[in-house]
Design a protein around this ligand. Sequence first.
Ligand code: NAD
Length: 285
Amino acid sequence: MSSALFDLTGRTALVTGAASGIGARLAVGLAEAGADVGCLDLDTQIDHAENTAATIRSLGRNATALTGDVTDAASIEAALDTHLRQLARLDIAVNCAGINHSCPAEDMADADWRRVIDVNLTGVFTCCRAEGRHMLKTQGGSIINIASMSATVANRGLLQAHYNASKAAVKHLSTTLALEWARRGIRVNSISPGYIATPMISGPEWKPKTDRFAEDTPWDDSELPTTSSAPPCSSPATQLATAPGPTYSSTAALPAGKDVCARLGCSSSTPDRWRACSGRAVAPA
Ligand SMILES: NC(=O)c1ccc[n+]([C@@H]2O[C@H](COP(=O)([O-])OP(=O)(O)OC[C@H]3O[C@@H](n4cnc5c(N)ncnc54)[C@H](O)[C@@H]3O)[C@@H](O)[C@H]2O)c1
């Protein structure tokens, strides 16, 4: 990636779910492009969020670890206030916090359905609303929501009706907010990663499934991509964050209202398909 083209120097980002996995990698990726970053996660994960912030500081950028629960609007508003006090600006928000859970639909408890929808969907809306209110005042910003390939495809063997439904809704929420806010200076997009080996899918119960994903990967690779081996995750976020102008258009190269597929290592994509998908959605203007 060209650093001149994707330069975030002088910009400030807030990343939720920044203590672990994809969120931690995205936070560092934005810092590598020059941004200062607020790293938000649950208070139980503050040490890990602090580790992400320390990595960012070691790159010469400013970073702060913030506690917040995306299911609690007051805690997100308070975290955003702290972010603005400590880092002064909010140009980019990456809403990555999420959970997974597996259960056959016919046995699913109401509480499990609600928990996944609360964190993955309502949590993203709660963050977008707080970030959007601030960005509307400052008349500019880029919001990037982390959906999933499960927003679009239902993968064999995964019993996660609530997760898939939440991610499909995040994708459409992003398009809808893009339409509402594009003319007022805010671009909203989503990224749909494929499987990436993070704590979310690394428990023993996931082993048979991840073995199968790796087996189905359409090239000679026995491992799932990790957050260090999978560039599609950090590069679309940086590319979306650096995009010029708030344009809602189906043809603009770096628009608002787009879902960028970053699929690697999954049965439903091939390298060619990934390249085609990624190239179309994120190629610079
Ligand atoms: N790993 C994959 O294969 C994959 C694929 C597609 C999409 N995703 C999505 O990417 C995002 C990150 O997933 P990951 O794989 O890095 O998982 P992860 O478990 O490593 O990280 C998720 C982070 O979100 C935080 N979080 C959970 N609930 C929260 C809450 N209520 N408030 C604030 N923070 C909260 C967790 O503490 C954790 O740090 C999720 O939205 C996930 O659905 C992951």
